[in-house]
Write a protein that binds this ligand. Sequence first.
Ligand code: SF4
Length: 335
Amino acid sequence: MTEEKALLQVKDLKVSFFTPAGEVKAVGGINYDLGYNEVMGIVGESGSGKSVEAYSIMGLLASPGKVMGGEILFEGDDVLKYDKKQMEDFRGNKVGMIFQNPMTCLNPVYTIGNQLMEAILCHKKISKEEAYKKAVSMLELVGISNPEKRMRQYPHELSGGMRQRVMIGMGLICEPKLLIADEPTTALDVTIQAQILELMKDIQEKTKMSIIFITHNLGVVAKICDRVSVMYAGKIVEQGTVDDIFYNPSHPYTMGLMRSMPRIDAEEHEALISIEGTPVDMLNPPEGCGFGTRCEYCMKLCLKAQPPVVDLGNGHFSKCWLLTLKEKGGETDGE
Ligand code: SF4
């Protein structure tokens, strides 16, 4: 993607947490561009750094987390240099966020109407009547029946699926150019999950906003995303279109993720395949490839140095020594 087409550019972003046990390098220099009207999936296991990078974009990183370096450019402006007022405007008007658990994000003592209207009135100069109308039409847009009645209800009076629809409405109410959705369907059962994904896809097609969709579920990625960044141990190890990742994965970790997906044609009692080993200790990250101790192709070189980025063409990138050696026509016999 050319720079002019990028809505968001993340450049060499590094984020650390300073814990009593030492520095945890949660995000270790990641790079990606997100275009207008594009949906990027960020996938990886828990602890891979995918949510931490999203919170950094939103300026919501809590202590002891700290951005240690890099740039986050939104339409060319470095978000990391925003003052408090600019950040509030950015968060409300330009970027919306949907969190995993609506019950922890919606205030239980205010009605749905109060919370939606407050989100609008904080960021837009419009009257209360206009804010009310906008809130009602947003509830309609996210597929909530009888919206005027729902405006008077409290979060606990709604089902889990309806609360998540309200959260989507809240994220969209100020018509942001970018929506960050952090595991928005994880807490829902599969039927409601499918409905929410369909709804998000539908709204994205209507509004043309860009979305960063954070998930550990590759099935979700296939349904809604255009491109995918696969994260492991705080780094993007592979990036490409959904087709690249699903039909032509090049990094051993991505291949492992693909193999561990449940298959519809599997035998009745066939066990699910998991990726052997445990995630890397981020307090003591290895010198070389973070996936080294779990990788069936690991060579001596992998344990000594970080693999460089290999360009596989058409926006497909991967970080693996196997590919570097292949590119150079070298041997991959374990040395
Ligand atoms: Fe495996 Fe080496 Fe590639 Fe890392 S760099 S994924 S250890 S082959």
